[in-house]
Design a protein around this ligand. Structure first.
Ligand code: PLP
Length: 332
């Protein structure tokens, strides 16, 4: 397939007069198309993440990368992917939108990968395995050696979604990119970086895989203001680090406070910026918190999450409000 060749693909660099892209010549901060390959952002990122620019794809959220990976590597109505259950919902949605079958493999009783339960890894129609680590909504990391097992025994791509990696001490799988050509790592600016509204996601993989994603993406998939604001955030890594530290401290405090409530059955350990909490009657608690203006996520219909709420760690004040509201519910 021949990729679309945009004006900015055909000429890069500085010039006095641009008459090549049918833009409006009058001053406006956004009269020009953005850099299609976001090189300034990638160069800065490469310095921070230690991954080469040629091995980095940026998209309109990591959701874009999830969709493009399925579109690029799966034949509709023929190929399939594997996702775990429970996990982040967009893998199944993107598979459905692209008419690609998905096999769900239940996590084990520790919410870890259950390798024995996987379908045969040598099935030629199986093209992608999505592993979310730390996992949404369970909050735990998947065992590193089980992910390595998949990388070593599966010829298709293993996509490790690290949306929540900044909230754990564990090292990123980007450190394994040189060893495994079938590894794809997803990260995002939506969580630790505090930029969910900008829509910017990262995908790290071999240069060959990244070249394919760049070939099929929309030409200008990341707009100018997103690129500029992301660069600004990358210049200010210390701010992100201090938010992350605060969120981790609050996660531990919130976990303790929630554990002490009589309506709480289990607060699962978390390596992310949320807690999965098993309570007496999740739908009712969800509704009663909502009546007090506090919105959490009711996950009680999700596999292995029976009667669970997923609670994003807030500011100290927000966490206190939540705990006080729940205390009142416990007394009633
Ligand atoms: C595991 C996981 N991956 C990806 C995303 C989406 O990230 P983005 O905002 O970059 O599209 C989320 C958002 O909740 C998530 O939980």
């Amino acid at each position: 397939m021949k990729a679309y060749s945009s004006a900015r693909d055909e000429f890069q660099g500085e010039a006095e007069i641009f008459m090549d892209a049918n833009e409006n010549p009058y001053p406006s901060p956004y009269n020009r198309y953005p850099d299609p390959l976001q090189l300034k952002v990638k160069e800065k990122l490469s310095f921070i993440k230690g991954v080469d620019v040629s091995q980095t794809f940026l998209g309109n959220g990591s959701d874009e990368a999830i969709d493009l990976l399925i579109r690029a590597f799966c034949e509709p109505h023929e190929d399939s992917i594997v996702i775990t259950d429970p996990t982040y919902g967009m893998y199944a949605v993107c598979a459905n939108v692209n008419a690609v079958d998905f096999n769900t493999v239940a996590l084990d009783e520790n919410f870890d990968l259950d390798i024995e339960a996987f379908p045969p890894l040598d099935n030629a129609a199986l093209k992608l395995i999505f592993v979310c680590s730390p996992n949404n909504p369970t909050g735990n990391l998947m065992s590193r050696d089980r992910i390595i097992f998949l990388l070593e025994n599966f010829k298709g791509l293993v996509v490790v979604d690290e949306a929540y990696i900044d909230f754990t001490e564990s090292k990123s799988f980007t450190t394994e990119l040189a060893r495994y050509s079938n590894l794809v790592v997803l990260q995002t600016f939506s969580k630790a970086w505090g930029l969910a509204g900008l829509r910017l996601g990262m995908c790290f993989a071999s240069r060959e895989i990244i070249a394919i994603l760049n070939k099929i993406k929309y030409p200008y998939n990341v707009n100018i203001s997103t690129q500029e604001l992301a660069l600004e955030a990358l210049e200010n890594v210390e701010k992100t680090k201090s938010w992350v530290q605060e969120i981790i401290l609050e996660r531990e405090r919130l976990s303790k406070d929630l554990s002490a409530l009589s309506l709480t059955q289990i607060v699962y350990p978390s390596e992310a910026n949320f807690l999965l909490v098993k309570v007496e009657d999740a739908p009712s608690i969800y509704r009663r918190l909502m009546e007090q203006g506090i919105i959490v996520r009711d996950r009680s219909n999700v596999k292995l999450c029976n009667s669970c709420l997923r609670i994003t760690v807030g500011t100290p004040h927000e966490n206190d409000r939540l705990v006080n509201a729940l205390k009142k519910l416990s007394i009633r």
